[in-house]
Design a protein around this ligand. Sequence first.
Ligand code: GLV
Length: 310
Amino acid sequence: MKDISIGLVTPAAIGRRWLDAFKRVAPHLKVLLNDEITDPGAIELLLVWKHQKGVLAPFENVKLLYSLGAGVDHLLADPDLPKNVPICRIVDPLLSFSMSNYIIYAVLEFQRRMDKYRKDQQTGTWDHYAPPERTIHIGVLGLGYLGQDAACKLTGLGFDVSGYSLSPKNIPNINCYHGAQLDSFLTAVNVLVCTVPYTKKTHALLNQSLFNKLPKGSYLINVARGKVQVASDILAALDSGQLAGAFLDVFETEPLPSDSPFWQHPKVNITPHIASITNPEAGVQQIMANWQRLQQRKPLDNQVNLQKGY
Ligand code: GLV
């Protein structure tokens, strides 16, 4: 492969993990991180995650732009994005391995009533007789790569699983809903797992009116993006009992502000956006394979559809 100029624009701690991965997987390549990029106009392959708005404007000769995660909302919201450049995202089996395991853990937290048993332990209560499992019908909202993987694994565990996507999908053993069938999907499930990408259509989708369509006492798991949910509506639904609990990995503002009621809420489990973190070594291999495809004028893998926003 001829010499290429690779730029990495991301918070330093994340950037160092990627630099290490490049050293291990492709030691011959020179990758510049943030301030090391003194000539942005020379960068051909630009890798970006959680960048500051405006910093991408001088990258005028980029040939391939990469999101270092599955989501691309951080890129598409930036008006200074290099124009007419293909944008790709990381989609890899390690990402879905972690994501599905997280989702399964969150589902089991509710289904096996682990919150109750933790409380019982604190009070020295041996309650052998309360029903130890809840009857659940899982709904996966968003049947992309990650949503499908989780849905299939949950089905494999014996759960009843439905899924909803904008366009029709046919997945063995999953009750698939699409398009205008959102309300029917919501009434059929009592554990809602949100895996949608963040787009104009999914902004504030997890709101009071949606929660009211779920059976009373449903459980919410959001591993998508914080801006897909309306925090005050989640809190109100928890107070009214419309939601029995929530397992949230993402928040409208991250890091979650210290005065957020979510921190102390007895019905909420939170994690700091760690459900699934891209594995940089797998990512580097994928990025370089796609760079080669670009050179050979072959269709790119995991290229973002700008119209759809994912
Ligand atoms: C993580 O949130 C990702 O989009 O990969």
